[in-house]
Design a protein around this ligand. Structure first.
Ligand SMILES: Nc1ncnc2c1ncn2[C@@H]1O[C@H](COP(=O)(O)OP(=O)(O)OP(=O)(O)O)[C@@H](O)[C@H]1O
Length: 523
């Protein structure tokens, strides 16, 4: 028999435990939703979180059904298409039970749809707004393109340009010109003079020069493609700089495909689509878009870009695009866009050969005031072959280290740094390396893992790589989707869950596969 005192003690412990459990476990609808939001914040990039999740409200809960409210139809469509599984996953994590989600838009305002050929992917109904109010907003809406509204072919008389009136094309005042480059999104250091030409980039360099000399009239569009850090962005900016040097009235718009998408989203949110379209379709003579592969799988952005492309192309404006692959190898890009990218000229950029690497190092060293001997340039150029950004970074780090230690840049210092880099690289666990290790182990190529083929021999290693990437990197599911060749984040989520469940259940085959791959990866 237990004593009364002991029974009281047990009851007290139970009571304390219940109180603690009830007060810490999220129970009210809003607590559950807040906890789910925290979980979502962890799983996605901060930009994505702010754009798509932060403003979602949980309006009602009936048992396991959650009624969520988003701002408008556009957000509803986007979240439904891209993020529903992710939200469901977070709610399951928080509640520990299965859930159902119903999404509703706060307003009945329909932002997506209706388009004509060049008219636009999104028809934003700003017509209800009084005309005077819209006109008053126009200067603010014109956004980043500050250049006067001119067509490429018919420059207006200089008087029409206000403070540009005394701008002399042959002798640009350096500061004013640089400021204008920056306004146009261009990096003044990335001009043709700074670009070292060799066998690997001769063709693309010639194509870029031709386009810059005669925008809209030689190769249109110009599609530049090639591996990481090989100078695509540099050449893209060089085209813009040269075009502005040749014609001070040229309205150049430069941005990454990601920035294009973000501006589109902001314009949709703020109901400023007219200004967005004016900026890209009417106030632009040269459109330079970097890393177009980013819009893979992003249907609404592709649609808007398609209409922007048509409008510019048909009015003879120049379009230059960079990408990591040829148009036909770009996964997740609509066929009509891929075919348009191939209308003009596709020019690839290859890793530079030894002499070009040495020349690049010498040029950068001179520009940054670093004393670089020939011997050292050869050492660096023979150690780092396939990425100019890395080559440049090593030179700068070496210069910085020598100056911090108060020593000259010796061969010994350079060798030590290269050895350390080698070790760092071998230890670095990132998604590309995981893909490489898994592909090698299964005798397939990283391209197969990033590709679409679903044979067992490819899909299984692909799932292992997705699981390892989620486990060992900080990449969010959407980011991993991009890393795996533009796949939907739900594919990665499903692969992770499937393998995780098998590991949790101590499935001997899966545990041994993952152990073996982790050994290869982590040493
Ligand atoms: N031929 C070259 N001459 C001089 N500098 C170069 C050359 N090629 C590349 N660089 C320099 O290397 C760095 C990386 O180039 P850039 O950013 O243009 O590469 P990218 O191909 O656009 O890379 P990513 O695929 O990562 O976008 C830049 O600082 C650029 O100036």
């Amino acid at each position: 028999m237990i004593s009364v005192a002991r029974a009281r003690y047990v009851a007290l412990v139970l009571l304390v435990f219940t109180v603690l459990f009830v007060s810490y476990w999220p129970s009210s609808m809003s607590e559950i939703w807040q906890a789910a939001l925290c979980d979502l914040k962890e799983k996605t990039s901060s930009h994505n979180y702010e754009s798509w999740f932060q403003n979602i409200k949980c309006r009602r809960r009936e048992g396991r059904q959650f009624f969520l409210e988003v701002r408008d139809e556009f957000q509803k469509a986007w979240v439904e298409e891209n993020y529903l599984d992710l939200i469901e996953d977070s709610l399951v994590t928080v509640t520990g039970a299965s859930v159902e989600i119903t999404l509703d838009a706060e307003s009945t305002y329909a932002s997506k749809a209706q388009h004509d050929d060049v008219g636009g992917a999104f028809q934003i109904d700003v017509e209800d707004e009084p005309v005077a109010a819209r006109m008053a907003r126009m200067p603010e809406e014109m956004g980043r393109v500050q250049m006067p509204a001119m067509s490429w072919d018919a420059p207006a008389a200089p008087e029409a340009f206000g403070d540009l009136a005394d701008f002399d094309a042959t002798q640009p005042a350096p500061k004013a010109f640089e400021e204008r480059l920056v306004e146009a999104g261009l990096n003044p250091r990335h001009d043709f003079e700074e670009f070292v030409v060799g066998g690997s980039n001769q063709f693309v360099h010639a194509a870029c020069s031709a386009v810059a000399e005669n925008p809209g009239k030689s190769y249109n569009p110009l599609f530049i493609f090639g591996g990481v850090g090989l100078g695509k962005t540099h050449l893209l900016h060089a085209v813009g700089i040269e075009a502005m040097k040749a014609n001070p009235q040229a309205r150049v718009v430069t941005m990454s495909a990601e920035e294009f998408m973000n501006e589109l989203i902001t314009s949709l949110r703020q109901k400023k689509m007219n200004a967005f379209r004016t900026q890209f379709r009417n106030n632009c003579d040269v459109l330079l878009i970097d890393d177009i592969q980013f819009i893979a799988g992003k249907d609404s952005t592709q649609e808007e870009f398609f209409h922007t492309f048509n409008a510019l192309y048909h009015s003879g404006k120049q379009i230059v695009v960079t990408s990591d692959k040829l148009p036909r190898d770009l996964p997740g890009i609509e066929e009509r866009l891929r075919s348009r990218f191939s209308w003009g000229l596709c020019a690839d950029i290859q890793p530079p050969e030894m002499e070009t690497r040495i020349a690049i190092l010498e040029k950068k060293a001179e520009a940054d005031g670093i004393e670089l001997s020939k011997e050292m340039a050869i050492l660096l150029a023979s150690s780092i072959r396939s990425n100019v950004r890395e080559l440049e970074g090593t030179l700068i780090r070496l210069g910085a280290q020598a100056s911090l230690l108060g020593q000259p840049m010796s061969m010994e210092l350079a060798r030590q740094m290269l050895d350390r880099m080698d070790i760092d690289q071998r230890n670095q666990v990132n998604t590309p390396r995981i893909i490489e290790v898994v592909a090698r182990e299964y005798g397939i190529s990283p391209v197969d893992i990033r590709g679409k083929r679903r044979t067992r021999a490819i899909s299984k290693p692909r799932q292992y790589a997705m699981y390892l990437a989620r486990k060992h990197t900080d990449d969010s599911y959407p980011r991993l989707g991009d890393e795996f060749g533009g796949k939907d984040h739900t594919t990665v989520l499903a692969a992770f869950k499937k393998i995780d469940e098998l590991i949790e259940a101590k499935d001997p085959e899966m545990c041994s596969i993952i152990d073996r791959l982790e050994n290869l990866l982590l040493g």
